[in-house]
Design a protein around this ligand. Structure first.
Ligand SMILES: Cc1cc2nc3c(=O)[nH]c(=O)nc-3n(C[C@H](O)[C@H](O)[C@H](O)COP(=O)(O)OP(=O)(O)OC[C@H]3O[C@@H](n4cnc5c(N)ncnc54)[C@H](O)[C@@H]3O)c2cc1C
Length: 461
C-alpha cells in the first residue's frame, strides 16, 4: 500500500480531480483482456508530458511502481498493476491528434488516441494509417506502440513498428527524451525508438508518437479459397506471398474453426473443407486488382483449392469475411477454457507447424483449432479444454509448452503481436539464451535502475 502522503503529493502534481483511489476506479483499472486482476493503489491521469515527468521523478525517488495503461485490451497482462503502485491513464487528457502533416504524410498523436479515430481522421483527408488490430475501435496508439500491434492488413502493409518515425517518452527518472525524427532517413545515434517499440511499458512512458502515413488505396476486393487440407492451404499461402502478388490480407481458418463458426452461426460454411483462406487485394485500378486476384487464384488452384469465390460487392465481401471475424468467440463450443497463443513462424514453415500442432492435439486427445494471419506466418493457436476439470487444465498447459517448442524449433517466435507481459513470461527461457535474457535485463536497468516502471513483466526480474 502506498502511504497516503505520497498520494497527496501525486494529487498536488496532477490536480486532485486527476487522481482516484476509490474502490470503483481501482476495480475498473484492475483488468485487461486476460482473466487476471490486480488492483493498483491509485489511478492517475496526467494532463501533459510534464506531469508524466514529475510523477515518474517522484515515484522513482520513493520507489513507487508505475504501470502505464492504454485501453487495457492487451492479451498478456502488460497493463496490469501486478505489484501495486499507480496506473497511469491517458484517455482523459493525453488523447489528442496533435497534427496531420499533409506535405510529409505524417501524424503526431498523444498516447491515448484510439487507433480507429486516427484511421478515420487521416482517411478524411485522403491518407491512410494501415495498422488495424481487431481491437482498433478501442485500443490506443500508446498500447499499439508498446505491444507493436499488428492487424488484418499486415501481410502487405506491415505492423505498428513500420509506421513509427519518432517517439517522445519519459524515463523513470523523469528525463524527457525524443527518439527518431520526421524524416524518412535517420541513422544518427542508437535506434532508441526501435527499443521502445514492443517494450510493453517497461522502459519509458510514451507521451507522443509521430507516425508515417500512406496514400489511401482507392479500392479493395475480397476472395475466398476452399482447400481439402490445411497442408495444401499453408503451401498456397507462402507460394502466393512469394509469387509476384502481395495481398493486403491472407487469413486462414482450419476445419475445427470452420465447424465451430458453422455450429454457432449456421451460415452454410463448407464444414468438410480442410481449410479456408480469405484474402484481400487493394490498389487504384480495377484491372490491377483483377490481375492480382487471377495470380492468387492460379496459385491457390495449383495447390489444391477446389473453389475460389470473388466477392462482387461489399455485402458479399462481408459474407466472405464473416467466418474469419467470428472465429475466436465461436471456439467456445470446444470448451470453457481457451489458451489462445499468437505464435509466428517464417511462412514456409506453416505446413509443418500446423502438422505439429495437430500431433500435439492427438497426443493429449484435446482440440487445438487454429486460425489467423497466415500471410504474416502468424497462427492463433487455441488449446481448448474444460476449465472446470483441473486435469484438463494441466494438460492444456503441457500442450502449450509443446506448441511453443514446435514454434521455436521452426525458427518462430512466442508472440507475433500480443506480447509477453505476465502470461508468457514463464516461457521466455525457451526462446532466449541466458546471455540474451541478461542483455534484456541490462537494457531494463539502463532505463529503469530502480525497477519501478511496469516491473516483473516480460520475464524480467
Ligand atoms: C478482441 C481483441 C482483439 C485484438 N486483436 C488484436 C490484433 O488484431 N492485433 C494485435 O496486435 N493485438 C490485438 N489485440 C491485443 C491488444 O488490443 C493490443 O495489444 C493493443 O495494442 C493494446 O492496446 P491498449 O491500448 O489496450 O493497451 P493496454 O492493453 O492498456 O497496454 C498494453 C501494453 O502497453 C503499455 N502501454 C500502454 N500505453 C503506454 C504508454 N503511453 N507508455 C508506455 N507503455 C504503455 C502497457 O503498460 C502494456 O504493457 C486484441 C485484443 C482484443 C481484446
Amino acid at each position: 500500500m502506498i502511504d497516503s502522503k505520497h498520494l497527496d503529493t501525486l494529487a498536488a502534481i496532477v490536480g486532485r480531480e486527476n487522481l482516484y483511489s476509490d474502490k470503483a476506479h481501482l476495480i475498473a483499472y484492475s483488468y485487461d483482456a486476460t482473466r487476471e486482476r490486480f488492483e493498483a493503489d491509485a489511478v492517475v491521469f496526467p494532463r501533459h508530458e510534464q506531469d508524466v515527468s514529475d510523477i515518474l521523478r517522484y515515484c522513482n525517488t520513493h520507489l513507487i511502481n508505475v504501470v502505464p495503461r492504454g485501453a487495457g485490451s492487451g492479451f498478456t497482462g502488460g497493463a496490469l498493476p501486478s505489484r501495486g503502485g499507480i496506473v497511469l491513464g491517458f484517455e482523459k487528457h493525453m488523447n489528442k491528434i496533435l497534427e496531420i502533416d499533409m506535405q510529409n504524410m505524417v501524424a503526431v498523436v498523444q498516447p491515448g488516441v484510439i487507433n480507429k479515430d486516427l484511421q478515420r481522421a487521416v482517411e478524411a483527408v485522403g491518407l491512410f494509417y494501415p495498422p488495424d488490430p481487431a481491437s482498433q475501435e478501442y485500443s490506443t496508439i500508446g498500447g499499439n506502440v508498446n505491444e507493436n500491434a499488428g492487424g488484418m492488413r499486415a501481410a502487405k502493409y506491415g505492423i505498428t513498428k513500420d509506421y513509427v518515425m519518432a517517439i517522445r517518452a519519459v524515463r523513470p527518472n523523469g528525463d524527457i527524451i525524443k527518439a527518431g525524427k520526421r524524416t524518412i532517413k535517420d541513422v544518427a545515434g542508437y535506434n532508441i525508438a526501435g527499443i521502445l517499440i514492443a517494450s510493453e511499458g517497461t522502459l519509458a512512458v510514451t507521451t507522443e508518437v509521430t507516425l508515417k502515413l500512406l496514400s489511401k488505396p482507392k479500392m479493395t476486393k475480397t476472395a475466398m479459397g476452399i482447400f481439402g487440407s490445411v497442408k495444401e492451404a499453408m503451401e498456397a499461402v507462402y507460394k502466393t506471398m512469394a509469387g509476384g502478388v502481395t495481398p493486403v490480407a491472407m487469413e486462414f481458418l482450419d476445419n475445427l474453426t470452420i465447424r465451430a463458426v458453422e455450429q454457432t452461426f449456421h451460415k452454410g460454411l463448407p464444414v468438410d473443407a480442410g481449410a479456408i483462406l480469405v484474402t484481400d487485394v487493394d490498389g487504384n485500378l480495377e484491372e490491377d486488382l483483377n490481375l492480382q486476384l487471377s495470380i492468387i487464384e492460379k496459385i491457390f488452384r495449383e495447390n489444391g483449392c477446389s473453389e475460389f469465390k470473388i466477392a462482387r460487392d461489399a455485402k458479399e465481401a462481408a459474407d466472405l469475411w464473416f467466418a474469419r471475424r467470428n472465429a475466436s468467440p465461436s471456439l467456445s463450443v470446444y470448451g470453457s477454457k481457451k489458451l489462445n497463443e499468437d505464435v509466428t513462424v517464417p511462412r514456409s514453415a506453416l505446413p509443418e507447424l500446423l502438422e505439429r500442432f495437430y500431433a500435439i492435439a492427438d497426443k493429449y486427445q484435446i482440440k487445438i483449432p487454429c486460425f489467423g494471419h497466415t500471410g504474416d506466418g502468424n497462427v492463433h493457436t487455441n488449446v481448448m479444454v474444460d476449465g472446470k476439470d483441473p486435469e484438463q487444465v494441466k494438460i492444456a498447459y503441457q500442450a502449450i509448452e509443446e506448441v511453443f517448442q514446435a514454434t521455436i524449433d521452426l525458427g518462430g517466435t512466442l508472440s507475433g503481436e500480443h506480447g509477453i507481459g505476465l502470461a508468457k513470461a514463464p516461457y521466455m527461457h525457451m526462446a532466449f539464451t541466458p546471455e540474451e535474457m541478461a542483455l534484456f535485463q541490462d537494457i531494463k536497468r539502463a532505463f529503469d535502475p530502480n525497477n519501478i516502471l511496469n516491473p516483473f513483466k516480460m520475464g524480467l526480474v
